[in-house]
Write a protein that binds this ligand. Sequence first.
Ligand SMILES: C[S@@+](CC[C@H](N)C(=O)[O-])C[C@H]1O[C@@H](n2cnc3c(N)ncnc32)[C@H](O)[C@@H]1O
Length: 225
Amino acid sequence: MPYLSIMKKDRNKPIVQITNHEIEQYALKMTTDESEQVKELVASSDSKLDYIDMLSGNLVGQLLKMLVKISNAKRVLEIGTFTGYSALMMAEALPEDGEIITIEMNLLYQELAEDHFAKFDTENKIHLMKGNAQELITDLNGEFDLVFLDADKVSYSFYFKQSIEKLRKGGLMIVDNVLWGGAVLHPQDEKSAALDAFNKAVAEDERVEQILLPFLDGLTVIRKK
Ligand SMILES: C[S@@+](CC[C@H](N)C(=O)[O-])C[C@H]1O[C@@H](n2cnc3c(N)ncnc32)[C@H](O)[C@@H]1O
């Protein structure tokens, strides 16, 4: 069967070009659209900042929403708020009594996120914690159903170690940028080496099962057993 042999031959091809722009645009067209309030948050962020490329975008956003919904998550922890995009996306998927704690250390992003939450998080589900997540994460009480890691890459292993303890059994942890543009294949700098070490530690951790999706910049979905 020629098709199968092509599939087999291609299976070991290294992934370096992770996102094909045209395919990404096509995927976006075929994906549920952002709500009007999320679109307004994007426009507001864009008008106030020179770059908004840290904002995770609709493919990651819809995946987060889907995972919040199908896991029936009620309590979510996010590390790395930026201007509030992914927090607002997840808040839209939460039940009425759900809550998100999101941590941001940059003063300007805190201010923008705060404005956005006051305007768009009409049900008051999002609580912004201002400061360094490396310090604040250790003070968090109670269990979480879902954790989204999207802050400083060199601290991912630390955030994993802290938040896995706070994640309920069966809870999910979503981690963005785990392929770092393919640089984790041959790490040459601190961030790539930290991400590679993080990916390896998760792969060897008996407490979890996980899938690293070679999607956009690489996204791992981890489930605590
Ligand atoms: C990729 S952005 C987050 C994007 C956001 N989740 C979204 O989808 O729009 C990463 C954010 O983490 C913040 N950050 C980095 N290191 C941090 C730390 N140690 N504590 C708190 N926030 C941090 C950065 O200031 C930045 O706003």
